[in-house]
Structures are given as structure tokens and as C-alpha cells.
Write a protein that binds this ligand. Structure first.
Ligand SMILES: [Zn+2]
Ligand SMILES: [Zn+2]
Length: 184
């Protein structure tokens, strides 16, 4: 995959405010956000999609609608789950150098991930990483009715049942005793 995460915006910043460029983003998820590629496989996981750069007062507005492949462990059985994430991107990157005069500008933006560097390169890497992590589900499931792992022996209960006796819950034990007394 040819990665495309860095954009030279020098020319765009020389144009009037409101000038637009369209582009394509392409990233290798394994490299960009290894947290979203949790499987021992070398299959490529891609994050791709269109984006738009708009010259704003003091920077560049980046808007994109990306799709990302991801592999996360099932939150119940830990088997890998393949997912497709939708990532909506909308961030303003700030200039740190005036493109016409070469003079340094101190941006109001504190987050350096949102700074255009002194060579007028806009790097989407960190912002995309953060947005992708937010787009990932907190509790992914391999299937809606995943039975998970036995808490005693660790058997994957989707594959096979085990013979472990579930520990009786203390509250149910009291109830069971009451019922027994009633019956006798
Ligand atoms: Zn599962
Ligand atoms: Zn078991």
C-alpha cells in the first residue's frame, strides 16, 4: 500500500481563504494504530477515503470520511473479530510559518498534532490514529450471542461445552435453601 498521510499545503496557503483541494488518504492500520490490528496475521489492514482541504484564516480545515479495517479481540471469547470502522474527520490544522514571508507564527492551537510544520507539511497521522481509536467499539463481539469463555477452565464455550460446575452464587444458595425447607 502506498501510504498517503502527509500533504504539502504551501500552494493551497498561497491561494485565497476558501480555496479547496481534494485528496485521498491511505494508511496501513498495523503501522498507524497497532491497537486496532490485534491478530497474528500479516494481512494488510487499510484505512482509506476521500478528504478535502480548505484554506481557512490561519490554517487548513481537513474534512474526510474514511473507512478502516480493524481486527479486535472479542470482548467475551477473545477470538479475533474483523470490523469496518467509519471515521469522520474534521480538524483545523494551524500554520506555524507564514507561507509568503517565512515568518514564524505561534498558533493558538496547543495540540502539536494539529500544527502544519515549517515546511508546510500537514501530517494526518496522529489525528487519524486518535479518531480511529474513538471509532472502535468498546466491547466488540464475534457474534451477538457469543457464549464467551468458561470462567473456571477457560474453554471457549462457542466451540465446546465443559463439565465445570458453575460456582453457585451465595444469594441463590440462600433462596435454594428456603425453597428446600418449604418443600420438606
Ligand atoms: Zn466471542
Ligand atoms: Zn469450564
Amino acid at each position: 500500500m502506498i501510504e498517503n498521510l502527509t500533504f504539502n499545503v504551501a500552494q493551497l496557503l498561497k491561494e485565497p481563504i476558501g480555496a479547496v483541494r481534494a485528496g485521498q488518504v491511505a494508511a496501513d492500520v498495523r503501522r498507524l494504530a497497532p491497537e486496532l490490528a490485534q491478530a497474528d496475521s500479516t494481512v494488510e489492514l487499510a484505512m482509506t477515503g476521500p478528504m478535502r482541504l480548505t484554506h481557512t484564516d490561519g490554517g487548513v480545515l481537513v474534512q474526510g470520511a474514511l473507512t478502516s479495517q480493524a481486527v479486535l479481540p472479542c470482548s467475551r471469547c477473545l477470538e479475533p473479530v474483523a470490523l469496518t470502522l467509519e471515521i469522520e474527520l474534521e480538524e483545523v490544522f494551524a500554520q506555524t510559518v507564514d507561507v509568503l514571508t517565512g515568518q514564524a507564527i505561534t498558533p493558538e492551537e496547543d495540540d502539536r498534532a494539529l500544527w502544519i510544520d515549517d515546511r508546510h507539511l500537514l501530517d494526518l497521522g496522529e489525528v487519524l490514529r486518535q479518531n480511529a481509536l474513538v471509532a472502535a467499539p468498546m466491547h466488540p463481539l464475534c457474534r451477538p450471542d457469543c457464549r464467551g469463555l468458561c470462567v473456571i477452565c477457560g474453554q471457549n464455550l462457542n466451540e465446546e461445552t465443559c463439565t465445570c460446575e458453575a460456582e453457585p452464587d451465595a444469594r441463590w444458595a440462600i433462596l435454594a435453601k428456603l425453597l428446600q425447607n418449604n418443600e420438606s
